[in-house]
Write a protein that binds this ligand. Structure first.
Ligand SMILES: Cc1cc2nc3c(=O)[nH]c(=O)nc-3n(C[C@H](O)[C@H](O)[C@H](O)COP(=O)(O)OP(=O)(O)OC[C@H]3O[C@@H](n4cnc5c(N)ncnc54)[C@H](O)[C@@H]3O)c2cc1C
Length: 586
């Protein structure tokens, strides 16, 4: 599709208006499964997917995967799964949500196999081949294409290359969404009886360590176009959010940001420091050693660096040539460029280990518990709105299978809901204001001709968050004064949004990405300030409160932005234990 020019004035903006039963924002993993399930339950419903990129290769699955991290094998139970997930998350998960997700966890994975995605089997041919306790290995390079094709076959309406920018509201009820076409420059106003948000998590809030301002600008681990818009549009309407402070920081290949589990879990290669000491075995034996929770595994190499024992590595020097060959093959399924990266360094892994480092922090509800506060049906606190996948909070360790499973759950609830509701009434004043807001950076460019480029503001935001809100260059550490500094400067950046300029539709998308990131960053900093303890070192390290404080903080920290005052209200919700046992043990 060729690219249209930016509209030069308000009256030149073309509109597309659509009415649908269920609108799904984000045609990624969870969004596609939600669409398939909704059409399966009621083929007469009109289901519309609004996707920023193109459904064939969008979101986290775009480049393929080599594993599905959560699958419940025959000899394991839902209780085992909850205990494992709970212990990995330092004892803080929504058990009700985790149970409901686990009940349908295997279904989408088995369907994927039926549709043609190869899953590897153990030698006896009976069970899927496992990598760790809950992971199974797949040949998933084409998994998104397969899922997209299946979604298309249901007959749902797919609108590619349209960026959602806000919900349509009737009072506090969500009645659809508005967005703009990144190729055609039109405004899309989609009215729906129920809306499902499935836009993934937030990347690019923090400066990545590879960001040299040039080639590596988007050398992120997470999908770079998932910028937290799903959170931002909920925040702006006062949706309740949970646990943003439980950020996802991971151990990654230094200078590449590639996943490490493929090597360390898949091939049992230990993490070592510059002295050759096995970091997890020697220093974290009391927390499970190599099987320590993920936040420990992310933080351990960074603590080694900080204490003068870096660089750190995963020790591949004991791998056999066959294992090295197989490992590279695994990467071809998920990160083909990683094999090129190794080749470009002429690195012989049997002689030279792979250097590792921490990633920049992300807000990803499929890994940690950050996101919309939802009930077991995945209904958010805004009537008419459901959330699933990386954008929904409370259920860490969802990964591929759990996000897909939540897609099913949110669709089931939305199908029930639309049976008894009428279309909402569109507020034309809201549409007019939103059209103005969407195209303001373009109008500024054509009228004033000068201003702040989205990339300039993005770099300022990322550096601010990195230096004052616990980024990787600060070894993930933060304190009250630094966070207050971050908040003050976020406010200044938000005041400068009016100076943003966009010269074309792509830059207009960049402008809205940074605007959305600012809203997410502000709420995140409030969460980081509120939790005056260190619960998940690395993911959340308060240098001024280095200990855990169970008396005050063994609970969920939640927030609600007040659209009238601009204040972020912070409060807690109690932990509800359903599955017995020590919450820190699997
Ligand atoms: C590099 C990488 C490796 C991973 N490896 C594994 C692994 O090995 N095993 C495992 O189990 N899990 C893995 N995961 C995690 C897993 O892939 C994700 O948690 C899960 O797939 C997320 O699903 P989702 O539907 O929430 O998000 P996505 O699949 O990312 O879907 C979000 C969709 O929303 C769209 N979107 C975003 N903003 C807008 C907007 N404003 N308007 C319209 N559309 C929008 C995006 O384009 C995208 O299509 C990995 C993730 C990444 C990034």
């Amino acid at each position: 599709m060729s690219r249209a020019n930016l509209p030069q004035s308000f009256d030149k903006i073309d509109e597309v208006r659509i009415d649908t039963d269920i609108l799904i924002i984000g045609a990624g993993n969870a969004g596609c499964f939600a669409a398939i399930e909704a059409k399966r339950l009621n083929p007469h419903l009109k289901v519309t997917l609004m996707e920023k990129a193109h459904i064939d290769r969008s979101g986290c699955l775009a480049g393929g995967m080599d594993a599905i991290n959560t699958y419940i094998k025959k000899d394991r139970t839902i209780e085992d799964f909850v205990r494992w997930s709970r212990s990995q998350a330092g004892g803080l998960i929504r058990e009700d949500l985790t149970i409901s997700m686990a009940e349908v966890l295997n279904k989408p994975i088995e369907e994927w196999e039926e549709w043609g995605m190869p899953i590897k089997y153990e030698e006896d041919g009976e069970e899927y081949k496992t990598r760790g306790k809950w992971d199974i290995t797949i040949s998933g390079s084409e998994m998104k294409v397969i899922l997209a094709e299946k979604t298309r076959q249901t007959g749902c309406e797919i609108i590619n290359r349209v960026v959602a920018t806000n919900y349509l509201m009737e009072g506090n009820k969500v009645i659809g969404a508005i967005g703009f076409g990144v190729r055609d420059g039109k405004v899309y106003i989609i009215r729906a009886k129920a809306t499902i948000i499935a836009t993934g998590g937030a990347a690019g809030l923090y400066k990545p360590y590879q960001n040299d301002g040039n080639d590596s600008h988007h050398q992120l681990w997470y999908a770079p176009f998932n910028v937290g818009t799903g959170f931002a549009i909920g925040i702006r309407q006062g949706a309740e959010m949970t646990t943003f402070e439980m950020r996802w920081c991971a151990t990654r290949t230094k200078d590449f940001n590639g996943p490490i589990d493929t090597i360390s879990v898949g091939y049992k290669t230990p993490m070592i420091n510059c002295k050759g000491e096995q970091i997890l075995k020697t220093r974290y034996a009391h927390l499970g050693g190599d099987a320590a929770p993920r936040y420990i595994r992310a933080n351990a190499p960074m603590d080694e660096w900080r204490e003068g024992r870096g660089p750190c590595y995963v020790d591949t020097t004991h791998m056999t040539p066959d294992q090295i060959h197989d490992m590279k093959y695994d990467y071809l399924n998920e990160r083909p460029s990683y094999v090129l990266f190794l080749a470009s360094r002429a690195q012989d892994l049997s002689k030279e280990p792979i250097e590792i480092y921490g990633s920049d922090p992300y807000i990803v509800g499929g890994h940690t518990a950050s996101g919309y506060w939802v009930d077991v049906k995945r209904a958010t606190t805004l009537p008419g709105l459901y959330a699933c996948g990386d954008v929904a909070g409370g259920t860490p360790n969802k990964f591929v299978g759990g996000c897909a499973a939540e897609g099913l759950l949110s669709a089931r609830a939305a199908v029930d809901y639309v049976a008894s509701v009428e279309q909402g009434i569109i507020n034309e004043e809201q549409i007019s204001q939103e059209k103005d807001r969407i195209f303001a950076p373009g109008f500024r460019h054509s009228v004033v001709g000068d201003g702040v480029k989205p990339r300039e503001m993005e770099e300022r935001l990322q550096r601010l968050m990195d230096e004052y809100a616990g980024g990787v260059h600060q070894f993930f550490r933060m304190n009250k004064e630094g966070l207050e500094y971050a908040l003050r400067n976020l406010k200044i950046l938000k005041d400068q949004v009016k100076y943003l300029i966009a010269t074309d539709l792509h830059e207009l998308m960049d402008a809205h990405e940074v605007i959305d990131r600012l809203d997410v960053a502000q709420v995140l900093v409030h969460h980081l300030m509120y939790r005056e303890e260190t619960r998940w070192a690395g993911w959340q390290t308060r240098a001024d409160f280095p200990e855990k404080n169970d008396q005050k903080f063994d609970c969920f920290v939640n927030s609600r932005y007040n659209p009238e005052t601009g204040d972020v209200e912070m409060f807690t919700r109690p932990y509800e234990q359903i599955i017995s046992g020590d919450r820190l043990k699997a």
